[in-house]
Design a protein around this ligand. Structure first.
Ligand code: HEM
Length: 426
């Protein structure tokens, strides 16, 4: 569909824009913003229609306040449905989404989070203890955040259960992490035999589902424990019915899909920044909770793991005085918003102190977790996880393998350091 009335943007073909965004997301976003201003319209293979990116605070606020009936987010993640499942918070919209959101957020409340904290701290300590020499932190953080999800979210018990799930998740995520493959498969969905890409993907998901349903059955048989699954098992819908096994499966997969790569990317960036800022690392050693919180905030600001929070327009709307037609996607560009010079003093500098000294930054401009009714449901957990890993890293000796900062590249949905956040330990 052509939309002559959209804000300006690059005229290069969608294929070129997709490649540019994937290979050098930061440079691509900076360039389009520098050349076309705010808003800017981009075209990529991830979205079937053009996407209008906003980064100025007023527009972002208006976007996050749009009625979900008019600007649903689930439709932008539709390609995840074959993995996420039909009950997934990620693909639902409207009332169904809000109902699911209330359920899935139950385990993230106050004292429950406290109970999970010590397990996260122990897993982080064990992981970091093994490091020496050259370490690719992204790889290790993918391992750690998966281990945390399996034990803390799924409540997996014992080495055998964890190992079986780890292997099945690994196989399934191989397919999901490859965006082009996932997109192509969700479009084709043709089973051309067990060796075709779709056939292999289906088999991996079936194997994974069988293991998940087995975990659910075991937790039902031996209730208790303080895993998130234990809390989710106690949910009741509006009619007082307990959740079905398939519903629990979709909830676990949503927490895995949304919480694994994102946290791993954010933590790899934390190590990439920390290794190049010894003074920040020295202050981390002082064990000041306020500084630790500021450090987490600053990592998420200067290197947000997700670049956009997209919505699809079902009806024409006006955002920041601009009329936009139905059908197109609009997105808060988290990356640009968190790096605007008019909002952040020395925006590109990594300075956790900015959160502690002088006038505090406006919290509504800090949007690494998106906003409105789709704001990250796992944000309190993600921040707690980052605090515990960084606390465990306080006494480590790390330095960068190469002095120059690592550029950002896209890996599936998240933005990661191009060399995986390499550090030398010891
Ligand atoms: C540093 C790590 C993380 C970052 C940067 C992050 C960021 C985000 C963002 C930007 C969104 C979309 C918000 C929007 O569209 O406005 C989102 C959604 C979501 N996140 Fe996170 N996230 C992180 C970790 C986690 C974790 C650990 C979990 C759970 C264990 C989680 C669960 C979710 C869920 C369930 C949604 C969908 C919410 C909805 O559709 O209502 N996230 N996250």
């Amino acid at each position: 569909m052509s939309h002559p009335e959209l804000p300006p943007g690059p005229r290069a073909p969608a294929a070129w824009q997709t490649v540019a965004w994937t290979v050098r997301p930061a440079a691509f976003l900076r360039r389009v913003h520098g050349r076309f201003g705010d808003p800017v319209t981009v075209r990529t293979y991830w979205m079937d229609e053009p996407m209008v990116l906003f980064s100025n605070p007023e527009a972002v606020r208006e976007m996050f306040r749009l009625d979900p009936e008019v600007a649903p987010a689930g439709q932008s993640w539709e390609f995840l449905r074959p993995f996420a499942g039909p009950n997934s918070i990620l693909v639902l919209d409207g009332e169904e989404h809000l109902r699911e959101r209330r359920l899935i957020q139950t385990p993230f409340h106050g004292e429950r989070m406290q109970a999970l904290r010590s397990t996260v701290a122990e897993l982080a300590r064990r992981e970091l203890q093994m490091w020496s020499g050259r370490v690719t932190t992204l790889e290790r953080m993918r391992h750690l955040t998966l281990e945390i999800i399996l034990r803390v979210v799924f409540g997996a018990r014992g080495e055998r259960e964890v190992a079986a799930l780890r292997e099945a998740v690994h196989d399934t995520l191989q397919s999901v992490r490859s965006m082009p493959r996932m997109l192509a498969m969700s479009l084709i969905q043709r089973d051309l035999g067990p060796h075709s890409p779709w056939g292999r993907f289906r088999l991996a998901v079936e194997r994974f589902d069988a293991l998940l349903l087995d975990v659910v059955a075991r937790r039902r048989a031996e209730p208790g424990g303080d895993s998130m699954l234990a809390v989710l098992l106690d949910q009741r819908d509006d009619d007082g019915n307990p959740p079905t096994d398939r519903h629990l499966r979709d909830q676990l997969v949503a927490l895995l899909a949304a919480g694994h790569d994102t946290s791993a990317a954010a933590l790899a960036w934390a190590f990439e920044r920390l290794a190049r800022h010894p003074a920040v690392h020295a202050r981390l050693r002082e064990d000041d909770p306020a500084y630790l919180e500021a450090l987490v905030k600053e990592v998420l600001r200067v290197r947000p793991a997700l670049t956009i929070a997209p919505r699809r327009l079902r009806e024409p709307v006006r955002i920041a005085g601009r009329s936009l037609p139905a059908g197109v996607h609009v997105a808060a560009c988290l990356w640009l918003a968190l790096r605007r010079e008019d909002l952040w003093l020395e925006a590109a500098a990594f300075r956790p102190e900015r959160w502690l000294e002088g006038a505090p930054p406006n919290p509504t401009s800090w949007i690494p977790f998106g906003g409105g009714v789709r704001r990250c449901a796992g944000a309190p957990f993600a921040e707690m996880e980052m605090r515990e890993v960084l606390r465990a890293a306080a006494d480590m000796k790390i330095r960068p393998v190469r002095l120059e900062p690592e550029q950002a590249r896209r890996s599936a949905l998240v933005v990661v350091p191009e060399r995986g956040g390499e550090v030398l330990v010891g």
